[in-house]
Design a protein around this ligand. Structure first.
Ligand code: NAD
Length: 313
């Protein structure tokens, strides 16, 4: 049986760039690409295989859902991406039927696999995957706001002239329009954003609002120009894969099932979580002020109304 077999469902912009990123990182023993557009999956697998001489040994194939058998981790990027002007909510109804058809077959082939959902709207589709899979909650999770959190760190890094890896900051809630910057839990060398600005003598009215706005609109800005996003999301997925396969217990803002945390239940959304070989090991109760807590509840309500609208029961 392969040691670290990763199956990627959907070999589009995100799926193929993710395969490249995981291949380059040397994380997998096997990578399987599956797409309804078989020619596309075949071509992407061929292209990747031809780089074999430059990376650690890895078996890369394209195939069918049956070829995902005995996967360690399944990454779902299949579906319809947002067109310019469309929100993540707009595309839910196009993607639910795809998940209804592929998830049970994936679980049949690999009952013990972890499933990482990336397709949008990611929190709702992760919830659907959990329901369609019937797997334990820790084994089904979404990429959540790992990308958005990286965008926040990267923008703060540029503003403050600090390595993004030294900024502890989190985007929480929905991966989408209602996402929240958890400023109460943001620290740079133990300092709050205000303390760091004071130290630099930097005063900008509405600084936090501007940064939050830029993070929230980052995907739209890119999609409006090139039609899709692929590089940063692929790196975010690679980071999650690394935390899982190396059992790192890393803190990542993946999308997990809330069961009473922050007074919220029966919805998947992003919060800093401990991520390791068993998937989500714990959702962390980070400090939030009243306003952030209220916004988190509103984000949960938006996601719940989408789940209800999809009417999967
Ligand atoms: P894309 O259109 O390039 O790729 C999607 C692929 O899915 C296509 O190749 C299509 O043929 C395939 N597909 C459709 N139905 C399928 C099925 N039943 N089985 C297998 N494959 C199927 O889109 P993309 O740009 O790669 O985006 C993929 C998804 O990732 C979108 O939903 C997008 O919104 C999402 N995304 C998420 C994040 C995030 O942070 N969560 C970031 C970027 C993109």
């Amino acid at each position: 049986m392969p040691t670290n077999k990763i199956s990627i469902i959907g070999a589009g912009f995100v799926g193929s760039t993710t395969a490249f990123s995981i291949m380059e990182a040397g994380l997998a023993s096997d990578i399987v690409l599956v797409d309804v557009n078989r020619e596309k999956a075949d071509a992407e697998a061929m292209d990747l295989r031809q780089g074999a001489a430059f990376v650690k040994a890895v078996e890369i194939i394209s195939g069918t859902l049956e070829d995902t058998k005995d996967s360690t981790l399944i990454i779902i990027t299949a579906g319809i991406g947002p067109k310019p002007g469309e929100t993540r909510l707009d595309i839910l109804n196009k993607n639910v039927p795809i998940f209804r058809s592929i998830v049970p077959e994936l679980v049949k082939q690999s009952p013990d696999a972890l499933i990482l959902v990336v397709s949008n709207p990611v929190d709702v589709l992760t919830y659907m995957t959990y329901r369609f899979a019937g797997s334990p909650k820790n084994r089904v999770f979404g990429s959540g706001t790992v990308l958005d959190t990286s965008r926040l760190k990267s923008i703060l890094s540029q503003s403050f002239g600090v390595d993004a890896r030294n900024i502890h900051a989190y985007i929480i809630g929905e991966h989408g329009d209602s996402e929240i910057a958890a400023w109460s839990a943001t620290k740079i060398a133990g300092m709050s954003v205000e303390q760091y600005q004071d130290m630099l003598g930097m005063y900008e009215k509405d600084f936090k609002e501007r940064i939050h706005h830029d993070v929230k609109n980052a995907a739209y800005e890119i999609i409006n120009r090139k039609g899709y996003t692929n590089y940063a999301v692929a790196l975010a997925i690679r980071r999650i894969v690394e935390a899982v396969l190396r059992d790192e217990k890393s803190i990542l803002t993946v999308s997990g099932l809330f069961e009473g945390e922050f007074g919220i239940s029966d919805v998947y959304m992003a919060m800093p979580c401990i991520v390791g070989r068993n998937g989500i090991e714990r959702i962390l109760p980070i400090p939030l002020d009243d306003n952030e807590h209220q916004k988190l509840k509103e984000s949960a309500d938006i996601l719940k109304s989408m789940i209800k609208a999809a009417n999967i029961d």
